[in-house]
Design a protein around this ligand. Structure first.
Ligand code: FAD
Length: 366
């Protein structure tokens, strides 16, 4: 008996199920819908598209005979009625129909079914971090995400990139992004890279390989917040710069001073005392990843690392006042920045996009 099979989702499982049904029951009608514009693509090719090894996203959807797996291909070759940009918005099980909406026109219709396959896949887990929805924060789950990342890199908008998570996907994306002309830092909460796939020795080998390629990997470090310059929050660029204060690193007197806690103190109090502003306590949080927050009371005699400087990559539209306000929370500290970067800035002091400045944090670094 002929029936109508409706498949929601058209990437891996959806097309597989739709074509299999059509082969088993050629007389049945099979309809496949997907809300996005690309279907039947190979997710494993996404990193190669980000890196540029795959030049066009449509190559992710081509067969080994160079046929594009688009709705026309499914209609004509597979006998599956495929629709893109079509989102399932409601399922009415009683009346056996799916309400769908054309995502471009908003037009709605109901498609009746005898059997329904839900092949809607997974979506990236949100971390619940403050700032995770800001512009410049991307997930990598589909070719659309990959296109956004590729475009912003090729437009020169990305000086520093940070990848949160060094699992399987994070690691293949780091390989793709690490080959681009930018500074890349990877932040991983666990003790080593790809913790669910490899032991510590394997993860550390990967970390050493990354270091050789100029990619910094910071383990045992949890990103707490992301921001584009608000109070005591991390911008991706700040994380990239601050991540150099890795807990596992040997003492480095050139980068930071050491403060021994005497009495009851918090990182906020130390930031206020040494940096002159409690809003800069986020720097101490990043430099001391084992300390949970800037308001936690520290242990007597605990040693705290105090970064002496903060790096800033000059962006289009930056002024010295803006940098002083953003990085030091004090526009009057322009002279400190000029003094610390006299050679690079020249006379009169001139900013150039891409230029790296050392922002002096401590009195004696100014
Ligand atoms: C960067 C990256 C690299 C990867 N590398 C590998 C690899 O090397 N090897 C490997 O085996 N796997 C890899 N994967 C995983 C692989 O891509 C996925 O396992 C696979 O795509 C899952 O297929 P799926 O059909 O179940 O779901 P999905 O691929 O998630 O497809 C589901 C589709 O359903 C659509 N949809 C959702 N809701 C609706 C709705 N209401 N209406 C209409 N459509 C809807 C979505 O838009 C999506 O297009 C990788 C994934 C990524 C992101």
């Amino acid at each position: 008996m002929s029936q109508h099979i409706v498949v929601i989702g058209g990437v891996a499982l959806g097309p597989k199920a739709a074509c299999r049904f059509k082969r088993l029951e050629p007389e049945s009608k099979v309809t496949m819908i997907d809300q996005s514009s690309m279907i039947s693509y190979g997710g494993c090719g996404i990193p190669y598209y980000v890196s540029g090894d795959v030049s066009d996203a449509s190559e992710l959807c081509t067969t080994s005979f160079h046929m594009l797996r688009d709705p026309k291909f499914f209609n004509e070759v597979k006998g599956v009625d495929a629709h893109i940009l079509t989102k399932a918005t409601r399922i009415d099980r009683e009346n056996k129909c799916v309400e769908v909406e054309n995502v471009q026109t908003g037009e709605k219709e109901c498609i009746g079914y005898d059997k329904l396959v839900i092949a809607t896949g997974a979506s990236p887990r949100k971390l619940g971090l403050p700032g995770e929805d800001l512009k410049g924060v991307n997930y990598v789950a589909n070719p659309g995400d990959a296109t956004r990342i590729r475009e912003s890199i090729s437009k020169g908008e990305v000086g520093n990139a940070v990848i949160i998570g060094a699992g399987f996907i994070g690691s293949i994306i780091l390989d793709a992004i690490g080959s681009q002309p930018l500074t890349l830092t990877v932040v991983e909460a666990d003790t080593h890279m790809t913790p669910r796939m490899m032991n510590r020795a394997g993860g550390d080998m990967m970390k050493a390989w990354c270091a050789e390629k100029g990619v910094r990997v910071v383990t045992e470090t949890r990103v707490e917040r992301i921001d584009t310059g608000g109070e005591r929050t991390f911008t991706p660029e700040q994380i990239a710069e601050l991540a150099r204060f890795d807990a596992s690193e040997p003492r480095d007197e050139a980068l930071y001073e050491y403060h021994r806690v005497n009495g009851r103190q918090t990182l906020r109090e130390i930031a206020t005392k040494l940096y002159g502003d409690l809003r800069l306590s986020y720097i101490l949080v990043a430099a001391n990843p084992k300390v949970a927050s800037d308001t936690d009371e520290l242990l007597q005699d605990q040693e705290i690392r105090i970064p002496k400087t903060l790096a800033h990559i000059v962006q289009e539209g930056d002024t010295l006042e803006k940098i002083a306000e953003e990085r030091l929370k004090d526009p009057d500290r322009v002279p400190d920045i000029v003094k610390a970067n006299a050679e690079a800035l020249g006379d009169p002091p001139t900013l150039k996009p891409g230029m790296k400045l050392e922002i002096p944090l401590l009195e004696d670094a100014r």
